[in-house]
Ligand binder design. Structure first.
Ligand code: THU
Length: 137
């Protein structure tokens, strides 16, 4: 059975949006296109793709593009993010740190072009984090 048939409609919509925006990825160096779709608590969806740069470290990942777009539009509370790649790769460490700032309980839906491979909480992917409390005396 297609595992996506089991997906809640809310998550299926996110995966579709992530697959769509992935086509806009600017990836002349890695050729590894990533699409992300972030569901805000109020139901709005914010999408992002990776945008690479000739100075490689200046590259921005899809997840951080989606979240910075959302935060710059006034959103700070999020429920879930879908991340789509050709291989079903997991979000990188920098993105885990970045997403943890706003949504340590975020659900992360990891998919490739055909199926969802994993649905896992950010708390599981990024335990014992460095966060705002770490800065408190
Ligand atoms: N990338 C993302 O967009 N998200 C991740 O979580 C992993 C890595 C991008 C960065 C770079 O453009 C390409 O994938 C290869 O590392």
């Amino acid at each position: 059975m297609d595992p996506e048939l089991e997906l809640p409609a809310e998550y299926a919509k996110l995966v579709d949006a992530a697959r769509d925006v992935r086509q806009r990825a600017y990836v002349p160096y890695s050729n590894y296109a990533v699409g992300a779709a972030l569901l805000a608590e109020d139901g709005q969806i914010f999408t992002g793709c990776n945008v690479e740069n000739a100075s490689y470290p200046a590259t921005i990942c899809a997840e951080r593009v989606a979240m910075t777009k959302a935060v710059s539009e006034g959103q700070r509370r999020f429920k879930a993010i879908a991340v789509v790649t050709a291989t079903g790769g997991m979000p990188c460490g920098i993105c885990r740190q970045f997403m943890n700032e706003f949504a340590p309980e975020l659900m992360v839906i990891v998919a490739d072009l055909e199926r969802v491979n994993d649905i896992v909480s950010l708390a599981t992917l990024f335990p014992a984090s460095f966060n705002a409390q770490s800065l408190e005396e």
